[in-house]
Ligand binder design. Structure first.
Ligand SMILES: [Fe+2]
Ligand SMILES: [Fe+2]
Length: 278
């Protein structure tokens, strides 16, 4: 089994990733066809808002958690994770500015998820919500990639997809660690609550973004199937991690799922190398 990445190694991964970004052809411009405009611009604005946050509440939750488990590197890794999300927001924002019409400051879906995270400020809630949203982000950005022929927007989507695959592993490894001490019943209950959250989140994303998803080739049933297939995969990885973590003495000793590296082949997400040890 490939050794797991410690918080320090995740920190180093984020640094290396920031130094090896894909080329983004800003010179290609942000022109869209009328059909693309109708299908995806409003949706992109909402998603851009979701990618934009100063991360204050997450930093506060991560700080408490890192102190409790005596792992300051975790906080450093979370700060770099937030920076990557902000980079996604900046890229999408710059694209929308170039396209014209600008950005939005409010969206109902974004408000709901911010409220959930802010009202329940612990790492388990944060990671659970982030895993649900990022799982759907993999489907969403793939849809946008297929919905447009604009090379700039396609390059932005590829970079985001490349980053998000690692975000998911970073988050679900952590959630597996947090849940490691739970018995079968407690784990079952945790999973049911996560299913309820994911059900609602998936439905909300379809309601708000069905035009863009449809333009990318997803009918409702295809979107639903793709989303749950991904999420079931992450749950299986988490369960596997949780089982191995139950025997770990130290949070840093946990073992990740060996199946993570197969994730890129699950649903034709653009291939990306896994994080590696320094
Ligand atoms: Fe993102
Ligand atoms: Fe992300």
């Amino acid at each position: 089994m490939r050794p797991h990445l410690s918080s320090r190694e995740w920190h180093d991964h984020y640094l290396r990733n920031a130094a090896s970004l894909l080329p983004i052809p800003w010179e290609a411009g942000a022109q869209l066809t009328a059909e693309e405009e109708r299908a995806i611009v409003a949706s992109l604005r909402a998603w851009q808002l979701g990618e934009t946050s100063d991360g204050r509440h997450l930093v506060a939750a991560a700080e408490r958690y890192a102190t409790a488990i005596a792992d300051p590197d975790f906080l450093a890794a979370v700060r770099l994770f937030i920076r990557e999300e902000q980079r996604h927001g900046e890229m999408l924002g710059r694209f929308l500015d170039m396209h014209g019409g600008g950005r939005i400051l409010r969206n109902w879906g974004d408000s709901v998820f911010r409220w959930m995270r802010y009202c329940l400020p612990n790492m388990e809630i944060w990671t659970t919500v982030v895993i649900a949203v990022e799982t759907l982000a993999l489907v969403y950005y793939r849809a946008i990639l297929l919905a447009t022929e604009n090379p700039l927007l396609q390059a932005i989507c590829r970079q985001i997809l490349r980053d998000e695959v690692h975000h998911l592993r970073f988050q679900y490894e952590r959630l597996a660690l947090i849940c490691a001490g739970r018995g079968t019943c407690a784990w079952w209950l945790t999973l049911q609550l996560q299913r309820v959250l994911f059900f609602g989140t998936t439905l909300a994303v379809w309601v708000d973004h069905h035009r863009a998803l449809s333009a990318g080739g997803y009918s409702f049933s295809q979107f639903w199937h793709a989303a749950w297939k991904r999420m079931e995969f992450h749950w299986r990885c988490m369960r596997q991690d949780t089982a191995s973590n139950m025997t770990a003495q130290n949070p840093r000793d946990h073992q990740p799922s060996r199946r993570f590296d197969d994730q890129n082949r699950v649903d034709q997400v653009p291939t990306v190398a896994p994080p590696v040890r320094a």
